[in-house]
Design a protein around this ligand. Structure first.
Ligand code: ADP
Ligand code: GLC
Length: 484
């Protein structure tokens, strides 16, 4: 099949979180199954390409409600693969420091920026004469696409193209004032309540959910959670209505980019058969953060965006009690909410030998924490899939996670024969403290059991193979649904 991915991120070219990891890793696996897969991405300022992209001769005349916008196109490949990536060049929108926002907040013209990406990607297909069987879109930023295919483009060759929308995170919906909706160029009737209309706002994700032929999300448990009022973020009604078209497919990980045996960011190789490289990484990590080098102290780590979703406030609330009553140490790599950033920075100042904090984005350090921390903490309030815990397991860091979404689907309780980590359920800092203390206890009293948990995690199958085959099946269903 011919499959077009349209997305705001694709690792390593442009990434802010796990969505980028998924869009960067899945296409080559689909290609290996025999599909012709291509990707459209904005030409951002900070794009991490190995070679300069090649400028193509096509100029796109993109018709949106704003008028006709002229966009240039460049081409590159997803690094490490032959998957073509078309870069939509529109400097006024994309030649900026961030993907979605600055520290001051979201770009105020995001509806125009991602509207242009969405409409432009489809215009590109028409200009190239490459008509995909399926367009696979991701989250709210590209959720207009299913509606374009069903409405203003239905009379073009793209009228036969099916759409699949993947929900990576239901919390971010792309809600804009209704006055902005005409900018999309979609017909006004699509703003009905069974479309983009959402109590006084235009909700891009909601419209996308109604218009897409098939929906997926990134774990089976999250697929269930979002059909209920707690996980549904106001869209559970739509998701129950579309339940027969919604399937949860757990994310794999890019096993080449995250391979502890060959990782250039680690000071020594690590494998399930030889964990000694972890000691070297732990030493390096302690040294980098200036922590007490005593290796008999368990080291807890975090690599995370700092937003309410991630539940790090639960950790902050018990951090003093936890570190005060155990010999544990803690390192954090993260950025986001300024209050949480400041609280962690204050902890690091108060306990310089126990706590290390790096506020910002740092790829190398993310890998080093996975290889050097004994435990990785993810107390997420909700977690559609979560990749960090999967990287942790692959690198031998034992995950301590809340039992939700993809965390529940990927981490097996320590008590079970093939257990890989620790889980707690109530969204309460006391419940987190209890499980952290259990982890410390195991670490101090049962080193063989700890090694078994590590090895179980490292040997766990986290490859994309099975999930790529499931996506392939969903594309077939979507195309069949489109043919009617
Ligand atoms: P989410 O997409 O919700 O942030 P995931 O666990 O799916 O959660 O993916 C997070 C990804 O972002 C992982 O690849 C993780 O290593 C990376 N990441 C998060 N914060 C940072 C940071 N400060 N520096 C480097 N990488 C980070
Ligand atoms: C989102 C989710 C995360 C998921 C990622 C990739 O960012 O928060 O749980 O792993 O998307 O699907």
């Amino acid at each position: 099949m011919k499959i077009l991915f349209v997305a705001p991120e694709a690792a390593p070219l442009a990434k802010e979180g796990g969505l980028g990891d998924v869009v960067g890793a899945l296409p080559p696996h689909l290609e290996a199954l025999g599909h012709d897969v291509r990707l459209v991405l904005p030409q951002y300022r900070g794009l991490r390409t190995t070679q300069p992209p090649r400028r193509r001769e096509e100029i796109l005349f993109v018709h949106t409600g704003v008028g006709v916008q002229f966009a240039a196109v460049a081409e590159t490949e997803l690094p490490g693969s032959k998957v073509p990536v078309y870069l939509l060049e529109y400097q006024e929108y994309f030649d900026r420091a961030g993907i979605y926002h600055t520290r001051e907040g979201a770009y105020p013209d995001n509806h125009r920026r991602f509207g242009l990406l969405s409409r432009g990607a489809l215009e590109l297909c028409l200009v190239l004469g490459w008509i995909p069987d399926v367009v696979h879109v991701h989250d709210w930023t590209t959720a207009l696409i299913p509606a374009y295919l069903n409405t203003i483009l239905s009379g073009t060759p793209l009228g036969q193209t099916a759409s699949v929308l993947t929900i990576h995170n239901l919390e971010h919906q792309g809600r804009f004032p209704v006055e902005t909706f005409p900018d999309t160029g979609l017909p006004g009737w699509t703003l009905r309540p069974d479309g983009f209309g959402d109590v006084g706002a235009a909700n891009w994700l909601k419209g996308g959910l109604y218009h897409a032929d098939k929906l997926t999300t990134v774990s089976p448990t999250y697929a269930e959670e979002i059909k209920g009022p707690v996980g549904g973020c106001g869209l559970d009604g739509v998701l129950r209505f579309k339940a027969a078209d919604l399937i949860g497919i757990v994310n794999g990980i890019d096993e080449a980019a995250w391979d502890p045996a060959t990782d250039p960011h680690l000071p020594a190789p690590i494998s399930a058969d030889d964990l000694s490289g972890r000691t070297v990484a732990r030493e390096a990590l302690r040294e980098e953060f200036g922590l007490d080098p005593d290796l008999s102290r368990p080291l807890f780590g975090v690599v995370s965006r700092l937003f309410a979703q991630k539940g790090m406030d639960l950790f902050l609330d018990i951090m003093d009690r936890f570190l005060g009553s155990t010999r544990a140490q803690f390192v954090l790599l993260g950025s986001g909410d300024s209050l949480e950033e400041e609280r962690f920075a204050a902890e690091a100042r108060a306990r310089p030998r126990e706590v290390g904090v790096y506020l910002g984005y740092n790829e190398r350090l993310a890998h080093l924490i996975m290889g050097g921390a004994d435990f990785l903490v993810m107390p997420s309030r909700f977690e559609p899939c979560g990749l960090s815990q999967q990287y942790a397991m692959r690198y031998g860091a034992i995950p301590v996670v809340r039992k939700t979404g993809g965390l529940a689907d990927t981490v097996l309780p320590a008590e079970e024969p093939h257990g890989t980590g620790f889980l707690f359920e109530p969204i309460l800092s006391e419940a987190l403290l209890e499980v952290l203390l259990r982890a410390v206890d195991l670490w101090e009293t049962e080193p063989t059991r700890v090694a078994a948990l590590q090895q179980n995690g490292m040997r766990r199958d986290a490859s994309w193979g099975a999930s790529a085959r499931q996506y392939s099946q969903v594309y077939e269903w979507a195309a069949a649904a489109r043919r009617g």
